[in-house]
Design a binder for this molecule. Structure first.
Ligand code: 13P
Length: 332
């Protein structure tokens, strides 16, 4: 393991007032997003849209890294330059989603465990040869009646830790993503408790597997009211509860926290991040973004399957990237 390399890549991903573009939707997820716009999810369409996203001039001013899907890392931007090469040359660190999805956890109705450890060492070698410098693995935790169970938290945290250790062995920075979902009628306090339990379990398991925390990036949910909760916490409360929870659970040696947007509106995702960075606390980690939907909703809509809309798509992605880059500095 080349620790100096891991640490410098991790820092590059989270610092400098920039954040990460999550464009690693699996084909299934991408298809459901395209369906809403009435666009057929063909390989060609996915390539055209994703080529448009990364060719926005000046994107690297706001975006430090981009997470790709297996299909994309094997494709070339507009058919010319491989995605990872193109991004690297543009000053954006290329990364790859390596989990194979969240599957039903046996014996635990309503709960999931993320799979993808089998053959991961070999797959990482191939992704490194294709240019990937970091990876992502997403665990999904649902809040509900009597859940999450300890079994679900343990299984997911163990998977994340085994994945992270394999990444570091290959000099690939692991993005460790335990996502407590917004879905449901739970209160912000319930989200805080579950996020707390989740993060504690994840860091115990990372420690167990010998993962070096200075060479990871944490990608968590924010502490939010459930989507269907009648009482919605405001921006100040979300910022305060999220930072309080993290100060309790996230060791100072982690270089950065890059939040997922998780179904928040574009505006909420920006405001929450901005407020956390405005609290004036001397936090030990950078707080930035690794948004999928909150960066891509607007440009994807502007495209809507029409490849003549390059200017509009570029305008939208740059706008979303810039405002979130400002939020990562508390400057909105
Ligand atoms: P969202 O920001 O849309 O939640 O996506 C981030 C991501 O990469 C989920 O794994």
């Amino acid at each position: 393991m080349n620790l100096a390399k891991l640490e410098s890549t991790a820092r590059e991903m989270v610092s400098g007032g920039r954040g990460i573009l999550a464009m690693d939707e699996s084909t299934g997820t991408c298809t459901s997003r395209f369906d809403k716009l009435g666009v057929p999810s063909t390989e060609e369409n996915r390539l055209s849209y994703r080529s448009m996203l990364v060719t926005a001039e000046g994107l690297s001013e706001f975006i430090s890294g981009a997470i790709l899907f297996d299909e994309t890392i094997r494709q070339s931007v507009n058919g010319d330059t491989p995605f990872a090469t193109y991004l690297n040359d543009a000053g954006i660190v290329p990364g790859i989603k390596v989990d194979t999805g969240a599957k039903a956890l046996a014996g635990h109705p309503g709960e999931k465990v993320t799979e993808g450890l089998d053959g991961l060492r070999e797959r990482l070698q191939e992704y490194v040869s294709l240019g990937a410098r970091f990876a992502k693995w997403r665990a999904v935790i649902t809040i509900g009646d009597g859940i999450p169970s300890d079994a679900c938290l343990m299984a997911n945290a163990h998977g994340l830790a085994r994945y992270a250790a394999l990444c570091q062995e290959a000099d690939v920075v692991p993005i460790v993503e335990p996502e407590v979902l917004m879905d449901g009628g739970h209160s912000i306090e319930q989200c805080r408790d579950v996020t707390h339990r989740t993060l504690k379990t994840v860091f115990q398991q990372l420690d167990n597997q010998g993962v070096v925390l200075s060479g990871i990036v944490l990608k968590p949910n924010m502490v939010l009211s459930g989507k269907e909760c009648t009482e919605q916490a405001g921006v100040d409360e979300v910022a305060r509860q999220t930072v309080d929870c993290f100060l309790d659970c996230v060791p100072a040696s982690v270089p950065g926290v890059a939040f997922l947007s998780g179904g928040q509106t574009d505006e909420q995702a920006t405001q929450h991040l901005n407020k956390m960075n405005q609290l004036g606390l001397n936090l030990p980690w950078y707080l930035t973004f690794s948004y999928g939907r909150a960066l891509q909703q607007a440009p994807m809509k502007a495209w809507s399957g029409d490849n003549s809309k390059t200017v509009e798509v570029h305008q939208q992605i740059l706008q979303r990237a810039e405002v979130n880059a400002l939020a990562s500095q508390g400057a909105v």
